[in-house]
Design a protein around this ligand. Structure first.
Ligand code: FAD
Ligand code: SF4
Length: 497
């Protein structure tokens, strides 16, 4: 939502109209978190006011308009008839589902590439076409060269492209975070909250309190505060998880980047400036910039390169239903309940919670990736399919057979114990593998490796894991697999674990 959106740049104020519509079909094709729906509707209403103030004619359908047809195409056709328009300009949506819908309207439709990204589709395709493996790191270096971010001539600042090795510290004993910025809800947001609360009350998630920004000005306040107070620690504690600390030193800006309230390149330039001014260390600044011009751009490139079939893949043939505790948080596993309950409250969990807690557990428990994908798409405030699907299906669930991840992101409880303080207050014992209170991740980890031995034992990055298994005595191996079977059976029968 920005005045220099590709389709707006093509339009003519004196004769074109802008159509914006809040519709049930978009809020409900997966049951999105009420905070997410409210954030998007409120940001849309604020943006419509900005457009009107700068002279555009806006035709806007509110969710409770009696004439609202409740789907995007229905609204486009309704307004097209009203203003006798026969041509539609649209910025390319971030979901194949919507692109296909638009391509099948009776109007003449021009889909214009969204240029709020650093790499165009053509650039990504060009980079990808002669590569055997599409590894993010090499694409990221291209983006550094293209943007000049953290470059000294043609060399990376500090002599290294990537400082990730310095970014994996365990959680600190004590953290100094600033109070979250709470924006007072204006009348527009209050109105939206009441409507969404009433209309989508069956959706997972708490709508109140609502304190996200809904305008570019407020999103910039969040970004500036992050740069001042949290960026210096971002690198060190990027992978850390702490009890009742949902945000730690993360920026909490993905929702603003993905809806156009913040611009990715401007964001990175501000962050780079903090390094130049000596206000943040290189490992933090490089780590942050890599997430945006590296991972975010790469993930988008993969989604559009691979086409609509990407979301149907299931390389590991996983088939279990998503456990019900993903919706209730009702599990004795502290790490999972923390991630689910904070998701319910904030529609947010940070990267390592998504990858190494809920994602790791679903992967170990053989959950159908389509169910996992739909869960992530519906519960997170920043989830739009172009960014959510390759992260969930590719990086987290290995359903694309190793396109995004060179090995599955799996771990036993030991990793979670090292990177969090969750295990100390958990019902389960992270060091135990077989007892009644053994951490469920432990046996499931080995069970996963054995179940998929044919696929992974020749992967050089996993050879050590298989050697470790071979070193265990036969009784231990049998008992571990039996323990995993029992846990999986309990999950299938919807038993609380
Ligand atoms: P920070 O940790 O502060 O990072 C800064 C920014 O870097 C983020 O705002 C984001 O724009 C970008 N970024 C970091 N990692 C990634 C990544 N892997 N892919 C794309 N951008 C990245 N991100 C989304 O924006 N939408 C999603 O739907 C989404 N789904 C995910 C699902 C899974 C299973 C996993 C493992 C990751 C997913 N991510 C998604 C990536 C990442 O978890 C979020 O971008 C991040 O947690 C957002 O919080 P933040 O703004 O505090 O990020
Ligand atoms: Fe999670 Fe296991 Fe630690 Fe409990 S002991 S918090 S289940 S990793």
């Amino acid at each position: 939502m920005t005045l220099d959106l590709a389709a707006i740049k093509r339009a003519n104020k004196s004769k074109d109209v802008i159509i914006m519509a809040e519709v049930d079909a978009e809020a409900e094709y997966v049951k999105h978190h009420p905070k997410k729906i409210a954030f998007i509707f409120s940001a849309m209403r604020h943006f419509a006011d900005t457009l009107k103030a700068s002279g555009w004619r806006v035709l806007y359908s509110k969710i409770d308009d009696p004439q609202n047809s409740h789907n995007i195409i229905g609204e486009v056709l309704r307004y097209a008839e009203k203003v006798e328009a026969n041509e539609l300009f649209v910025t390319k949506p971030g979901e194949w589902r919507l692109i296909e819908l638009l391509e099948n309207t009776p109007l003449k439709v021009s889909i214009i590439e969204d240029d709020r990204f650093i790499a165009s589709h053509a650039e990504f395709e060009n980079w990808a076409h002669d590569k055997k493996a599409l590894r993010m790191e090499f694409f990221y270096r291209e983006m550094r060269r293209k943007t000049g971010l953290l470059m000294d001539g043609d060399k990376p600042t500090g002599g290294k492209w990537n400082f990730d090795q310095e970014n994996r510290k365990s959680p600190p004993k004590e953290i100094i975070t600033t109070e979250p910025t709470i924006f007072k809800n204006d009348e527009i947001t209050k109105d939206v909250l009441a409507l969404v609360n009433e209309r989508y009350s069956s959706h997972f998630g708490e709508i109140y309190p609502f304190d996200y920004a809904v305008t570019p000005e407020d999103a910039n306040i969040i970004l500036d505060k992050f740069i001042k107070h949290s960026l210096p620690f971002f690198g060190d504690y990027q992978d850390a998880m702490m009890l009742d600390e949902p945000f730690l030193y993360h920026a909490l800006i993905s929702l603003y980047l993905n809806t156009g309230l913040l611009d990715p390149l401007e964001t990175c330039r501000k962050v780079e400036e903090a390094f130049i001014n000596g206000d943040a260390p290189l490992n933090a600044v490089e780590g942050f910039i890599r997430q945006i011009i590296g991972w975010r751009e790469y993930i988008r490139g993969i989604y559009f390169l691979k086409g609509p079939g990407y979301t149907d893949q299931n390389y590991l043939k996983a088939k279990r239903k998503l456990p019900s505790f993903y919706w209730s948080g009702d599990t004795k596993m502290r790490c999972v309940s923390q991630a689910v309950l904070q998701t319910k409250n904030h529609s947010y969990a940070h990267h390592i919670q998504r990858l190494m807690v809920t994602g790791n557990f679903a992967l170990l428990a053989d959950v159908d990736p389509k169910e996992v994908h739909q869960w992530y798409l519906s519960v997170y405030i920043d989830a739009f399919e172009w960014v959510e699907a390759p992260n969930t299906l590719g990086m987290s669930q290995f359903s694309d057979g190793g396109l995004v991840a060179s090995k599955p992101y799996i771990s036993s409880g030991a990793y979670i114990n090292r990177m969090s303080n969750y295990c100390k207050s958990c019902h389960y014992d992270v060091k135990d593998k077989l007892g009644d209170r053994a951490c469920p991740f432990n046996a499931l980890y080995w069970d996963f490796l054995i179940r998929h031995k044919e696929k992974f034992s020749s992967n050089p990055r996993m050879a050590q894991m298989y050697r470790n298994w071979e070193r265990q005595d036969e009784n231990m191996k049998t008992s571990t697999l039996a323990k995993a079977k029992k846990t999986l059976a309990a999950i299938s029968q919807n038993g609380a674990i």
